[in-house]
Write a protein that binds this ligand. Structure first.
Ligand SMILES: *[C@@H]1O[C@H](CO)[C@@H](O)[C@H](O)[C@H]1NC(C)=O
Ligand SMILES: *[C@@H]1O[C@H](CO)[C@@H](O)[C@H](O)[C@H]1NC(C)=O
Ligand SMILES: *[C@@H]1O[C@H](CO)[C@@H](O)[C@H](O)[C@H]1NC(C)=O
Ligand SMILES: CC(=O)N[C@H]1CO[C@H](CO)[C@@H](O)[C@@H]1O
Length: 442
């Protein structure tokens, strides 16, 4: 359905394009016109006759016309690729483009460090390379040659760091044998084989990445367990949580993915406690003033934050700093069961959730500069889903509607669109999500 709709849209745009060529490179046009004007001003300053001035004007006019999107090159660089402003800054970028070189160096440095700090386990080495690939995707010029597919939007020249078609998400729902991976463009959903000691192993467990590896914490089968996904198998570690966390707890990668923070949850009562897991040990840390069970954890200004609570129906938001929890502005709703995603922008998004007054809600809320604002809406109201941020898209896996929705952002992390890319095979409650490669664990 979505594809059909896009097809119609593309046809419509193509029709429009044929009538009136659109400028594909407005920024290049601006830059070019500026240079023409400067040349003209300089030209005139050296004149002492009107004939000289009119010659300058004629040159100015020619200069304007030859610019990308000018009279002689109406659609932009596609019409005059040899224009100096159109020369490909990505050609031989490894030699000519400083931004690309700096970005590459950083990625290579990280890779080198990652490989050398890995134990002699192939899984760790593979995850270093995956990380490296992800970093490269964020570099300028990478993969630009693949953008020749039918483009719909023509107003910007920016490229998305990781195309949804290159994104694959492993979903481990409450029955481990129903695991599947989903492609980010919605084109495939294929079952995956994950081994675990128990088919309910991930049921009501919280998940987070630690050192690039997926870990799950607590849950119904064992309230204190910590397990790690290695080569398609969830292996229980000997290290355990300090507190029993049966359900309603949350986990979040912190300190650049080196550790996980695990907080809240129910055992026989609501927990306000938190602990930090660093891959080998768990240490208890500050308890919050309010419980946020069946809430979420997300990064706001590089610190963990949480909002609301299912059973206590409060609207309190709090953030954890090195000295303990402090309050953030109340959320406008008595909210729980949402998904939190911290943006690089230092803002925090709250997606969907259970509104105590109205049930499942569709709002996408943003906490920025200490203010909550609604910035958009899911296509279908939902709660108890899970979200993952990859490239410039958030993938939201709904529980009530089962819809898998993709929220696309631009470079400035402003929300651009929400689209449905598929459905979960069943109503999977807070599924575990993990970015993988294609054909992972089939
Ligand atoms: C060149 O383009 C600029 C910007 O569109 C315009 O202001 C100026 O009049 C043009 N000059 C000539 C000589 O075409
Ligand atoms: C992956 O990269 C991030 C930084 O982008 C880093 O924090 C993380 O530790 C890396 N993963 C591994 C396995 O080293
Ligand atoms: C939590 O309690 C401490 C001590 O009573 C107080 O200083 C702090 O402001 C409280 N934080 C919040 C978020 O209410
Ligand atoms: C959604 C959002 O807040 N976007 C902002 C992210 O940061 C850039 C640059 O700082 C702003 O331009 C965006 O508006």
């Amino acid at each position: 359905m979505i594809l059909q709709f896009l097809g119609v849209f593309a046809l419509f745009c193509e029709g429009a394009l044929q009538k009136e060529p659109t400028c594909n490179d407005p920024e290049i046009n601006d830059d070019c016109l500026t240079v023409c004007r400067l040349d003209y001003v300089t030209c005139r300053q050296n004149c002492d006759s009107t004939s000289c001035e009119s010659a300058c004007l004629a040159v100015y006019s020619d200069c304007n016309s030859s610019c990308p999107c000018g009279a002689d090159c109406p659609a932009g660089c596609v019409d005059c690729p040899e224009h100096p402003f159109c020369e490909d800054e990505c050609e031989d970028a490894q030699i000519n483009n400083e931004k690309y070189q700096a970005c590459l160096n950083e990625a290579v440095f990280e890779l080198d460090f990652c490989l050398k700090t890995c134990p002699p386990e192939i899984g760790c080495h593979n995850s270093c390379y995956e990380n490296y690939t992800q970093m490269l995707f964020l570099c300028p010029c990478i993969e630009q040659e693949t953008t020749t597919t039918t483009e719909i939007s023509t107003t910007t020249t920016e490229i998305t760091p990781i195309e949804p078609s290159d994104v694959f998400i492993l979903v481990i729902p409450h029955y481990v044998d129903k695991s599947y991976w989903q492609s980010g463009d919605g084109s495939s959903q294929i079952s995956a084989t994950i081994n675990a000691p128990d088919n309910y192993y991930a049921y009501r467990a919280a998940h987070a990445l630690v050192n690039g590896k997926l870990h799950i914490f607590g849950g119904f089968t064992d309230y204190k367990k910590i397990a790690r996904l290695d080569d398609c198998t969830l292996n229980e570690l000997t290290v355990r949580l300090n507190e029993e966390r049966k359900y309603g707890h949350e986990a979040l990668s912190i300190e650049n993915g080196k550790k996980a923070l695990i907080c809240f949850g129910y055992n026989d009562y609501n927990l306000k406690t938190c602990e930090i897991f660093d891959g080998s040990t768990t240490v208890s840390t500050f308890a919050s003033n309010w419980t946020h069970s069946y809430g979420g954890l997300g990064l706001y200004k590089n610190q963990a934050a949480s909002v609301g609570c299912f059973s206590e129906e409060h609207q309190k938001a709090e953030t954890l700093s090195a000295s303990g929890w402090t309050s953030l502005p109340d959320h406008p709703k008595q909210i729980s069961g949402y998904s939190l995603v911290g943006l690089e922008n230092q803002s925090l998004l709250l997606i969907g959730g259970y509104d105590y007054r109205n049930g499942a809600q569709s709002g996408i809320w943003q906490l920025k500069n200490e203010n909550w604002n609604q910035i958009g809406e899911l296509l279908q109201a939902d709660e108890a889903g899970s979200a993952i941020y990859i490239g410039r898209s958030i993938y939201y896996f709904g529980y009530v509607s089962k819809a898998i929705e993709r929220l696309d952002f631009n470079e400035a992390e402003d929300l651009q669109s929400v689209s449905k890319i598929g459905n979960q095979p069943s109503d999977f409650f807070i599924p575990v999500l993990f970015q993988t490669v294609s054909n992972y664990c089939i």
